[in-house]
Design a protein around this ligand. Structure first.
Ligand code: ZN
Length: 222
């Protein structure tokens, strides 16, 4: 029951995204707040389960894919189904390499060629043009971001701070580099109490909270 109430809280905030945009000058404040949910890696069956649970709320998510060359035809069809429902299919590195470690070892050009362009080349044959990239482990720097913004509209890092929501940076403020706060129960920083605080703070302030997960299995299992 507790879990169900928690889900209802999330959904009530998600649904407020669709039509209640406030007319404040930066256009980035929503009455009742909003939540952006992103998923990483390749758990297509779990993502489809999450969609089964949440599609009645007309939710939309971004799915950041890695190891695309290892996906089965069935998984690709599942992803194409998600895209047909209005979700975004985005990039997360061909082999899930830590970008800064890779760049330090092999150079920037090599990272862009082997981890980024090779992935988007494959993905663009199956989905709409890839416009968003989430860095594995949130690993990046200014130089890399500059090169990546030649290729993508939105770049996503991660944050795992356990500080008060008022000091967090996991909100959309107009910057096309965004940080997402992880909500899988396996993350050391995660607690349902802190997530509830973040949701309530976004709701109260009209902020757009950005989250990421691998499977969101806890919700999909409800
Ligand atoms: Zn990942």
């Amino acid at each position: 029951m507790k879990k169900l109430l928690f889900l209802v809280l999330i959904i009530s905030i998600i649904t407020s995204l669709s039509c209640k945009k406030d007319k404040r000058e930066d256009n980035l404040v929503y009455k009742n707040g909003a939540v952006v949910i992103t998923f990483d890696d390749h758990y297509v069956d779990k993502w489809l389960m999450a969609d089964t649970v949440l599609h009645k709320y007309n939710w939309k998510a971004t799915f950041n894919l890695t190891l695309f060359n290892k996906r089965t035809e069935e998984e690709i069809q599942g992803l194409q189904y998600l895209e047909s429902q209005g979700h975004e299919i985005a990039g997360h590195g061909l082999n899930h390499q830590n970008a800064l470690e890779y760049v330090n070892a092999h150079g920037l050009d090599s990272y862009l060629k082997n981890e980024v362009d090779s992935l988007t080349f494959l993905m663009n044959q199956k989905f709409k043009r890839v416009k968003t990239f989430a860095f594995p482990n949130g690993s990046t720097n200014e130089e890399l971001n500059t090169a990546m913004f030649q290729r993508f509209r939105i770049l996503r890092g991660t944050t795992d701070k356990t500080i008060n929501p008022i000091f967090q940076d996991c909100y959309f403020t107009g910057n096309h580099f965004i940080h997402a706060w992880g909500i899988d129960a396996s993350y050391p920083h995660y607690s349902q109490a802190l997530l509830t605080q973040l949701l309530e703070f976004a709701h109260q302030e009209g902020f757009i909270l950005i989250l990421y997960a691998l499977t969101m299995a806890g919700l999909a299992e409800l």
